[in-house]
Design a protein around this ligand. Structure first.
Ligand code: ZN
Length: 394
């Protein structure tokens, strides 16, 4: 037979060849690195370099750091390879990581296929000109309370857009069959923003898997991007934020300096009468946080927010035993000013929470696709629990 290779076999052969090439290059680079280091060290001890001794020590130090960096890069490369471990070949899937074009196309088709439950609106245009879409999920009705949920604030936190997509799928699948979720959808609107930082997310697919910030250029600066979660007017650019554009926690030139954060701010300000809850989804560290992050002072609704967080993480743990810590951001992780949760709370959205999804650092931002389902399922329990409380108390 002429054509005896199936597509699958072809792919596995290519993958194997790629794997061998990768390993060969890696071993070769490491070997060169350490042999060079060893040679320089030996030369240093064998000869008296006089006034050049310091220079040699400096070279040894630089060389050693370079060799260590190689090990770290190899670790990241291997983790990236492990991350996309799903065998799903479909263009869009809820159990794999979808790129920004696929997610944008999905927002269109999911709204088109479920017009009585989902509608899509244009949210804003990103710095690099990409559309940012917002989905509204819920049965139409008048004077409904609403909950705003955003994902993809930080580019590298890939499991978070996966969660926003999962939420919409679950709403559609549960409506009419699951009493609890049907009740929520009848009486609440959910605004779902699958990816806020679309430019950063795209960049994390094409150039730098661990990119965090937006991709806006900073005037007269070589470093690109602003941390969208340090860019809100909540003790802006004080503790835990940096005024340096090269920092990963750069607060931006002004509050809401980014198209994407400005659009979020505008939307919440314009819909304050209906929006009762704000859930911003990040990863990783398995935490449920609430205001404040910019100060150690207690929020005026501390007791209610704290007990709701406690019962939500207990609910979450019932499915797979995943343990979350909870508490005000500043005391639970670290002080960080300019976050969207603190800003939303001070603006008047009482039920304001930050989720930090799986895991605790084994894979970190590079959570394997095989964990998307379990992560989303357990998170749904906590989100629905908070939504129920908002419906009954807000
Ligand atoms: Zn984050």
């Amino acid at each position: 037979m002429l054509n005896h290779y199936t597509d699958k076999e072809d792919c596995s052969i290519i993958a194997t060849l790629r794997g061998i090439t990768f390993i060969t290059i890696t071993i070769y680079a490491s070997l060169v690195c350490w042999v060079t280091l060893l040679t320089i060290v030996t030369l240093y001890f064998m000869h008296n370099f006089g006034k050049f001794g310091d220079l040699f020590l400096c070279v040894i130090r630089k060389c050693f750091i370079f060799c260590l960096c190689r090990i770290m890069i190899e670790d990241v490369q291997l983790a990236v390879q492990r991350e996309q471990d799903s065998n799903i070949r479909a263009v869009h899937s809820y159990e794999k990581y979808n790129d920004i074009d696929t997610i944008n196309a999905w927002t269109g088709s999911i709204a088109e296929e479920n017009p009585d439950l989902v509608s899509r609106s244009f949210f804003t245009t990103s710095y690099e000109g990409r559309p940012v879409y917002l989905l509204k999920v819920g049965k139409s009705g008048s004077n409904k309370k609403a909950i705003f949920i955003d994902c993809g604030f930080h580019a590298r936190e890939w499991v978070t857009p996966a969660f926003c997509q999962w939420f919409v799928k679950e709403a559609i699948n549960s409506y009419g069959s699951d009493e609890e979720f049907t009740n929520l959808l009848d009486n609440l609107d959910f605004y779902i923003l699958p990816v806020l930082n679309v430019d950063g997310y795209a960049y994390s697919w094409t150039n730098d898997r661990l990119w965090r910030k937006t991709r806006s250029l900073n005037k007269n600066q070589k470093c690109v991007g602003t941390d969208p979660n340090r860019n809100f007017d909540a003790a802006w650019c004080t503790g835990g934020a940096s005024a340096s554009p090269c920092s990963t926690v750069y607060c931006g030139s002004t509050p809401e300096s980014e198209n994407e954060t400005k659009a979020l701010g505008d939307f919440i300000r314009n819909n304050l009468s209906s929006i009762k809850g704000y859930l911003t989804i990040h990863s990783y560290s398995q935490m449920l946080l609430f205001p404040y992050s910019y100060t150690n002072l207690r929020a005026k609704d501390h007791n209610e927010l704290n007990s709701l967080a406690k019962s939500a993480v207990e609910k979450l743990a019932t499915l797979h035993g995943t343990v979350y810590t909870y508490g005000p951001g500043g005391k639970t992780i670290y002080i960080s000013a300019g976050g969207s949760d603190d800003w939303a709370y001070d603006t008047g959205v009482k039920y304001s929470y930050t989720f930090e999804l799986r895991d605790l650092g084994t894979y970190g931002f590079l959570l394997p696709e095989s964990q998307i389902k379990d992560t989303c399922e357990e998170t749904m329990l906590a989100v629905k629990h908070i939504a129920e409380h908002i419906l009954n108390n807000a």
